[in-house]
Design a protein. Structure first.
Length: 702
């Protein structure tokens, strides 16, 4: 499949088919999987090409064309809700002439009436619709396919800035209709996004490319508590009700604010398109100082009556348009490449950049000063054909982290450039690097002596999903390393009040040059010791994740802990028995075997055991009762009158049944208790899984 927009195509029918399929596929990835396979700009260029082709060949337009409908759809994981008022998309453009044309269409559409615009920032998240009844939040729904959305009320309720009940008239707010809807953008602030990615990285899970995709993922989680932890927020920008309640959009924004809604103060009323353009220019760089991602401006007609007059197309209102900013791309100079060693020993090349004047100030890009860009690995340097002193193009888009998109080949003959020699030794410890054939990265194999790897192991150990010691952080760990108090996580448990009290260090931020002093005073020391004490209660699965066996992420650790129940059984397991564990493959099995074959690792485990950490899964031991359930698989949902979930799980296993982790075609029985989960029930029904009650289950035991 080609993605090139301008590829000559003899046959418009073929190109229309190709673009329709491709864009529908990108939409699916974007809305269902929260993944962008191409940039928004590339997507929009292709969509424009399809729109143009269809307007020249209307008979070739397919019914499922992405130009006819909103891109998203509903999922099977939530209850489906029909929107009272359809939720549409917005027409968009990247250039000013299109805005002038839009203005012209509005002028004609309003037959000479005077009109005003309201400009708002275009927040980059997912659209939400909230229904309030008598001032109380009743329902929050995603846009879905525009007609129906997913009911994600539980997740939206975790947004702290969204009122569950709006301010009443007595509290100084005006009257409101008995039933109304507000719409806004649910987003993940950049700080939460960065924290989440760091967390995911530490847990060996895939990270999100940008805050939008992260927000989209977080709003669609099944577990609202996890959704709450992701620090979501929401800006409101629209009001709707059956009767006309406001005369202008401006009034609605002001009133929403009064009722207690989170309305971004960045909007502005503009008398004409010139003022709109001034607003666009003003926010082009200023928007990067905001704590959330924005990708453009939304321009709306202020008068609600005029909005009604202008109406809608199948996909978007005729009274509004989005102006999107292109990712800024600038030329700079590649001064040098440095190499960072991470927790796993992987080497990452980093480009050190400067502006074309080479005054050491870096590139001014999208409101920030860029001095470095990640190059990922040696292949990337080769792919871009980079040489030191090359003029390179640097882009900072929705991806937050700047990247080099290419070199300016025309400049090369006039410049003295040097090839990049990839190091053969670790820049941190001097050990010879290795590169496995199947992997793109070079690694430093000196796990036990390479400082960033040692520090990384301790940082991993204290992670929330591991031993969860939040009274320690990167800075404090660095201090403990510097003072030679800690080399491995086991050393943490030898720390005492006397050793810690009074330690001090000044830390300089490499990027900003700002310094920060950290010192261990009474309170800090007490908290550290308390955190370490509490970590002794962390369950086995977390300890197993924390010790940091390669390829054993949080989920794998949980499976191993559930299966082997204690560390001794796990240490004794051979390759074949590890491969018997559901969902554990050969790569993980081998890594576990190798890990425990090493005497030093066993020694480390014994030190942690002596410190008092949990090395056993404390659940009800399974004593075989019968094989009445042999060959049958089970899953349960809800709570049960006669037993706890643990007891139920033990019963299934004790009688030879298999407990599955989710509803699939392989599942034979779903045991349904009180307050069952709607999504499990729904999926089981669709897959024709037999539903049974607690009594029926007990009856099967004979
Ligand atoms: N990269 C990819 O693979 C990919 C795939 C599909 C779609 N996309 C991107 O998504 C776009 C289509 O998405 P869309 O239909 O949601 O359109 P859109 O995101 O361009 O515009 C409509 C949306 O803007 C949001 N919005 C933010 N601030 C707003 C404000 N102040 N007022 C009103 N609305 C505001 C609302 O959620 C609204 O639904 C495409 O044009 C493309 O850029 C990218
Ligand atoms: Zn090293």
């Amino acid at each position: 499949m080609t993605k090139l927009p301008n590829e000559p195509m003899h046959n418009p029918a073929d190109r229309i088919t190709e673009l329709t399929d491709l864009l529908n596929y990108f939409n699916h990835r974007y809305y269902q999987d929260s993944v962008s396979e191409v940039s928004d700009y590339e997507f929009d260029i292709l969509l424009q090409e399809l729109t143009d082709l269809e307007s020249r060949h209307p008979d070739l337009r397919r019914d499922d064309s992405p130009t006819l409908r909103v891109g998203g759809s509903i999922t099977k994981n939530f209850a489906t809700v029909y929107h009272r008022y359809p939720m549409l998309s917005l027409g968009n453009t990247y250039n000013e002439q299109d805005l002038r044309d839009f203005d012209e269409r509005v002028r004609k559409g309003l037959y000479g009436e005077a009109y005003e615009y309201v400009c708002e920032l275009k927040f980059d998240g997912i659209s939400l619709s909230m229904t309030y009844e008598n001032g109380v939040l009743k329902r929050a729904v995603t846009r879905g396919d525009g007609t129906r959305g997913d009911d994600i009320t539980g997740n939206v309720r975790t947004i702290k800035t969204l009122p569950l009940k709006i301010r009443s008239e007595e509290q100084g707010a005006g009257a409101f209709p008995a039933v109304f809807e507000v719409r806004g953008e649910g987003f993940m602030p950049i700080s939460s996004f960065e924290k989440l990615n760091k967390d995911l990285e530490a847990a060996d899970e895939p990270t999100y490319a940008n805050p939008r995709n992260a927000a989209s993922g977080a709003f669609k989680l099944q577990d609202s508590a996890e959704s709450a932890r992701r620090g979501l927020d929401c800006y409101l920008y629209a009001f709707m009700s059956d009767e006309v309640f406001f005369e202008t959009h401006e009034q609605s924004l002001l009133t929403l604010k009064q009722w207690g809604f989170n309305v971004s103060p960045s909007w502005r009323k503009c008398a004409d398109m010139d003022e709109v353009l001034a607003y666009i220019h003003e926010w082009e760089t200023k928007r990067h100082t905001l704590p959330l991602a924005t990708d453009g401006i939304v321009i709306k007609i202020n008068s609600i009556a005029q909005q009604r007059e202008l109406g809608f197309t199948a996909k978007s209102p005729r009274w509004a348009i989005a102006f999107k900013y292109k990712a800024e791309n600038k030329a700079g100079v590649l001064k040098s490449v440095s190499y960072q060693v991470g927790r796993t020993g992987a080497l990452t090349p980093v480009a050190n950049l400067d502006n074309l004047n080479e005054d050491g100030k870096g590139l001014q890009l999208s409101g920030t000063r860029v001095k470095r860009a990640s190059l990922h690995n040696a292949n990337e340097i080769e792919r871009l054909d980079l040489r030191i002193n090359d003029v390179v193009f640097v882009e900072k888009g929705g991806e937050i982290i700047p990247k080099i998109t290419g070199i300016d080949a025309e400049q090369r003959p006039e410049r003295l450039t040097f090839s990049i020699t990839y190091p053969t030794r670790c820049p941190e410890c001097g050990t010879e690097l290795v590169r496995k054939e199947t992997e793109a990265n070079h690694y430093c194999p000196n796990e036990r002596g390479c400082p960033p790897q040692l520090r990384g192991k301790v940082e991993h150990f204290i992670h929330r999903k591991a031993l969860n010691i939040d009274s320690l952080g990167e800075g404090k760990i660095e201090l403990l390393f510097d003072k030679n108090l800690v080399q491995t996580p086991a050393d943490l448990y030898d720390l005492t009040y006397e050793k810690l009290f009074g330690l001090e260090k000044v830390i300089t931020d490499e990027e900003t040059g700002k310094t920060k002093k950290i010192g261990f005073k009474e309170k800090t020391v007490e908290n550290i010791l308390k955190g370490l004490e509490q970590s002794k209660l962390a369950p086995f699965k977390q300890v197993l994740f924390g010790i940091g066996i390669r390829f054993v992420g949080a989920t794998v650790a949980e499976k191993l802990a559930a299966y082997f129940r204690n560390i001794d059984a796990l240490m004794a397991a051979d390759y074949a028995s590890l491969c018997n564990v559901p969902e554990i493959g050969g790569k993980i099995a081998q890594s576990v075997v190798d890990y425990f074959a090493d005497a030093e690792n066993r020694n480390y485990i014994e030190r942690l055991r002596a410190a008092g950490l949990q090395f056993e899964t404390d659940t009800i031991p399974v004593v075989a009762e019968s094989n009445a359930l042999e060959g049958k698989s089970f899953l349960y949902t809800g709570t049960f009158a006669g037993m706890t979930r643990e007891e139920l799980e033990a019963k299934i296993e004790a009688n030879g049944g298999k407990l599955l982790s989710g509803v699939s075609a392989k599942l034979n029985y779903l045991i349904v208790g009180e307050k069952p989960g709607a999504s499990k029930l729904d999926k089981a029904n669709r897959l024709n899984v037999k539903l049974i009650s607690e009594e029926e289950f007990l009856g099967m035991l004979g």
